[in-house]
Design a protein around this ligand. Sequence first.
Ligand code: ATP
Length: 251
Amino acid sequence: MTVRLSVEGATKRYGGLTAVDDVSFVVPDRGVTAIIGPNGAGKTTLFNLISGAQPPTAGRVVFEGEDVTRLPPEAKAARGLVRTFQLVKLFADLTAAENVAVGTHLKTRGGFLSAVFRPPSIRRMEAGIAARSRELLDLVGLGAVADRKAATLSYGRQRLLEVARALAAEPKLLLLDEPAAGLNAEESARLSDVIRKIAASGTSVLLIEHDMTLVMNTADDVVVIDFGRKIAQGAPAEVKANPAVIAAYLG
Ligand code: ATP
């Protein structure tokens, strides 16, 4: 196994509260790793430390052998560490294909903001970007709605569109923040297939998720967080049977 991401003693304190407490784990260069835990356990904070949205109080984040702990999100994205958010953040008035095209700017055009301030150039998308956007929409099952405005898509499709947009930045590691939140069982099953396809294509995936069916069907490795601390890690079946996990979360 080659290590893609190594989280080493990650700690975040807010005054007297320790939201993330000395958490360490590695994400390999293939497969799907899930972070689970009760509400308020520190999962989102941990994600923020990894993606660069917040600096840790202590500890390190190492990506592909490089210490990226203090790098801002754009610099991490440019290296291939790309995230989505718990809440949908699409451009409502752009089409699905244009939203995906915006994602390519994360990698090539100096970040998201430059893309936001250049909508006309997106409308006259270069052929290469347009073709790639279509490919990614096909991958997530949205090829048929490429030309529809994001705002007109169902919530489940908007979530898949976010995944396609993140993929446009060519991540080596894709961080998905509760990708199944608000999805029905059928949409969640489709999302699980999409995540497996992404992992099979060589992009490793790290996700936070409350939907245990999705986690059990999709993840190769599960990290369990409770009160900011890692209490277990292992294969889904192993974690599911772990008494400490059952007491803290599954019970
Ligand atoms: P959920 O599953 O509900 O999204 P979570 O596991 O993602 O929860 P976090 O959002 O990371 O948990 O929160 C962990 C703890 O840190 C909580 O007690 C929360 O109130 C606290 N916390 C998070 N952000 C801040 C902040 N900016 N200032 C102070 N406390 C914070």
